[in-house]
Design a protein around this ligand. Structure first.
Ligand SMILES: [Zn+2]
Length: 332
């Protein structure tokens, strides 16, 4: 099996964004300490909108200059050490401002599809060149912010013009709809781990120009969310996340759904979710073949001591018999 550890490298988008140190630098370094001894390379989907706004605001705010220097240094280091730096776009940064103390997010245009096609084109190409310049590498893969990449026809020309022909946004059987977010991946079969497509990223087209690597997913029992809520209440040290920010609030209806019915969730190294990494992997081994792709997602801000411990154990268990890799390595 080919295994990808992919990270959405970003801060929180709620009332408190969290600090650069806690959302990016520290958790990423702690994961590097785990993967480096094995020479495993990560796939890092960088939220470029943040970098673009740091560049816009930093000359007026010394704190932002510090944040910018720190984060650029880490991205450059990651790029130089052979980790794959890829494109993650949260376009609501376009409407976000820094008020002198904190980032004030306007999430009314949360998806690229909330902008005109021409505006979306401009955002994608601008973010692509900013990331290339800062990382010193050439991104070849895209992951939409908030899994919201549909309709893909709205953004495909821009990605193609940037030579970005790999997408890793979908996950089998995923579905979500809120006031800002929308995705419907019900058509992505559970164990289809790679396919070509053209204008619709959930419909395979054998001669399409784009390649989809769905994030792996697994069925999650409502009990999991109850246990998760319980752990949160206990506030035990090992379940406290590195990032100390607040996320965009989930609608109550969605929380109720998760806590009462089976749902499909991404395979993740975030917090308590790392608990089902091993179980999900066994299912993929059973239902696919040795050339298949197992794509794990993580957010440094959401790592916990517990989740990194689970990640470490997972790698130690499987590094001998499986191939930890990146989309870039496959493309070479
Ligand atoms: Zn994101």
């Amino acid at each position: 099996m080919n295994i990808y550890i992919t990270l959405d490298y970003e801060m929180f988008f709620g009332d408190h964004s969290g600090s650069v140190e806690d959302c990016f630098i520290k958790p990423t370094n702690d994961l590097l300490a785990i993967v480096n001894p094995y020479n495993i390379k990560l796939v890092i989907f960088v939220d470029v909108g943040y970098l673009v706004q740091l560049e816009n605001f930093k000359s007026n705010f010394p704190q932002l200059q510090k944040d910018y220097d720190k984060i650029c240094q880490q991205i450059e280091y990651l790029g130089n050490s052979g980790h794959a730096i890829e494109l993650h776009i949260h376009p609501h940064w376009e409407n976000t401002i820094y008020d002198g103390k904190k980032w004030v997010f306007d999430t009314s245009q949360y998806r690229l599809q909330d902008f005109s096609k021409a505006e979306a084109y401009h955002i994608i190409t601008k973010y692509y060149s900013t990331l290339s310049r800062i990382s010193g590498t050439t991104p070849i893969a895209y992951r939409a912010g908030g899994w919201s990449a549909q309709p893909f026809s709205h953004i495909k020309d821009a990605l193609a013009d940037c030579n970005v022909f790999i997408d890793s946004t979908t996950y089998p059987n995923g579905y979500y709809e809120s006031s800002n977010q929308f995705y419907d991946f019900k058509k992505v079969p559970q164990y289809k781990t790679i396919y070509r497509f053209e204008s619709n990223l959930v419909v395979e087209e054998s001669n399409g120009r784009f390649i989809e690597y769905p994030i792996s997913s697994s069925k999650v029992s409502p009990l999991f969310f109850w246990r998760f809520a319980l752990e949160k209440l206990k506030k035990s040290e090992q379940h406290v996340s590195y990032g100390k920010g607040s996320a965009i609030k989930k609608p109550k209806k969605e929380i109720l759904r998760l806590m009462t019915t089976y749902s499909n969730s991404v395979v993740s190294i975030d917090g308590y979710k790392a608990n089902f990494l091993e179980k999900a992997f066994k299912k993929y081994i059973k239902n696919t073949n040795e050339n298949a792709h197992f794509v794990i997602i993580g957010h440094p801000k959401a790592f916990t001591p517990y989740s990194l411990q689970k990640t470490k154990a997972f790698i130690a268990n499987h590094v001998k018999h499986h191939n930890f890799t990146t989309f870039k390595k496959n493309a070479l």
